[in-house]
Ligand binder design. Structure first.
Ligand code: HEM
Length: 434
């Protein structure tokens, strides 16, 4: 049995994190040395050595039988910060199962059918604003929109002028420290931001009455468990907002950039968008017919997964593929690297949404088999369908009025080892249709 420390070290640099090459470097190392890659993460809140698992089998293990020895709580908490508390995403069994079950009705088909027209209205409103600007920062607009949807539709916060400010506070509070910046100093600096967030959200939680009419997951939790502690409810709300907007913003920003630079797909998606029902009438049935959008977003998520590595910590010693991973080791589930393996995807570096329209991806499997953009199994993203609806409505409403064009060259959304985030503006222009 080989120890992780005895494997060759993939010593990543801040430059690798900045230029988005982390996933491809891990993928190459896994082809050379096997599915466990010994990596040094150069910067950020979870910097240091870790064991990275790459490849479909390794991730199926981590999301399946290996789940019991891999703590999501210990993995996610340093990244999100203890201050936000824990719920579903960053909790372990048995709390995780209980919390996941409590949230689930909020993302069931009936709830999503109700949510779709509300998300549609927000999409139309934001597209109006983007049109007035013409040249936009794709990440800034995607983030603003995704936060508005998550905060009002998923979390049930009042849709008023405070939402924009709250979104900005979250953006600053969740921004990773600069490469050379001291992590302890970073925690001190974000404290006032987290205080401000907490004041706003605690006031919302205190105002919930548990009546049947209030929208959103926190109200649902209170209705089903009237004795739930308000401090715990605040933790649920925090994690819902963290999980519910950052990732959607990143994937949507990449989608906008890809549409801007791929005329052929701009035309294909534009045609599908033109046949979509008018504003405010979105149904799940009509959204389900957007097959080209689905394939396009799946390919964007394959090449640019917002969660590049899902963080875990081993709670017991265990062996995988001949490698001994000791308790306490940080383990990274290599989602980005797995998506780039030729063993799973023919010509993996090419942007080819068509691979998600056919049954076979050229490896005797369907393209979705090795796709982990939204995790898998008992940890599959609870908000996956919600996010897909949100992104499709933003694209449809924009494409019907002003398809994105001409991105500035060389822009990159991916930065960072764990979560992808752009480190600068992503300029695109919008070209209004006649
Ligand atoms: C494009 C958008 C999104 C992407 C790419 C994404 C991705 C992911 C991934 C990879 C995981 C698994 C994390 C892990 O293994 O540790 C996850 C979990 C989760 N996501 Fe998402 N997510 C998105 C949007 C959302 C939204 C909109 C919500 C809620 C409104 C949400 C709520 C959650 C929750 C609660 C979990 C934890 C599930 C569990 O551990 O049982 N996500 N997401």
């Amino acid at each position: 049995m080989t120890a992780v420390d005895d494997l060759p070290l993939l010593d990543l640099s801040p430059a690798d994190e900045r230029d988005g090459s982390v996933a491809s470097r891990v993928a190459r190392a896994s082809v050379e040395h096997g599915p466990v890659v010994h990596v040094r993460v150069p910067s950020g809140l979870l910097a240091g050595r870790c064991a990275c698992l790459a490849g479909r089998d390794a991730l199926e293990f981590a999301y399946g039988e290996g789940r019991d020895v891999l703590s999501s709580a210990l993995g996610w908490r340093p990244l999100i910060g203890r201050r936000f508390g824990s719920a579903v995403l960053n909790s372990d069994e048995p709390a995780h199962r209980r919390e996941r079950r409590a949230w689930a009705p909020g993302f069931a088909t009936v709830a999503l059918e109700r949510a779709a027209p509300a998300i549609d209205t927000i999409a139309v409103h934001h597209v109006d604003r983007w049109m007035a600007m013409r040249s936009v920062d794709a990440y800034a607009i995607a983030r603003d929109f995704a936060f508005h949807v998550a905060a009002t539709v998923a979390a049930g916060l009042p849709d008023d002028s405070r939402i924009g400010e709250l979104g900005r506070l979250f953006a600053q509070a969740l921004a990773p420290p600069a490469v050379d910046h001291d992590v302890a100093a970073h925690h001190v600096e974000v404290r006032p931001l987290r205080d401000a967030i907490e004041r706003t959200l605690a006031a919302h939680v205190a105002a919930l009455s548990g009546s049947g009419l209030e929208p959103g997951i926190p109200a649902l939790l209170l209705r089903n468990e009237p004795s739930i502690d308000r401090a715990k409810l605040l933790e649920h709300l925090n994690i819902l907002l963290v999980a519910g907007h950052e990732t959607t913003a990143t994937l949507l920003a990449w989608a906008l950039l890809r549409i801007a630079s791929q005329p052929r797909w701009r035309t294909r998606l534009g045609r599908e968008a033109a046949a979509f029902p008018a504003s405010g009438t979105a149904t799940l049935e009509a959204l389900g017919r957007l097959r080209e959008h689905d394939a396009f977003l799946a390919e964007v998520g394959r090449l640019h997964p917002p969660v590049v590595h899902a963080p875990r910590v081993a709670t017991r010693d265990f062996d995988y593929a001949g490698v001994r991973i000791n308790a306490g080791t940080t383990v990274a589930l290599g989602i980005g690297a797995t998506h780039l393996l030729a063993a799973h995807y023919a010509d993996p570096g090419r942007f080819l949404p068509e691979r998600f329209l056919g049954e076979d991806c050229g490896r005797g499997t369907t393209a979705g088999d090795a796709l982990f953009t939204f995790g898998r199994g008992a940890r599959l993203c609870l908000g996956m369908r919600f996010a897909q609806i949100t992104m499709k409505l933003a694209l449809v409403r924009l494409l019907r009025r002003a398809p994105p064009r001409t991105p500035a060259p060389g822009q990159c959304v991916h930065a960072g080892f764990w979560n992808a985030r752009p480190h600068g503006a992503l300029a695109i222009t919008l070209a209004p249709l006649a």
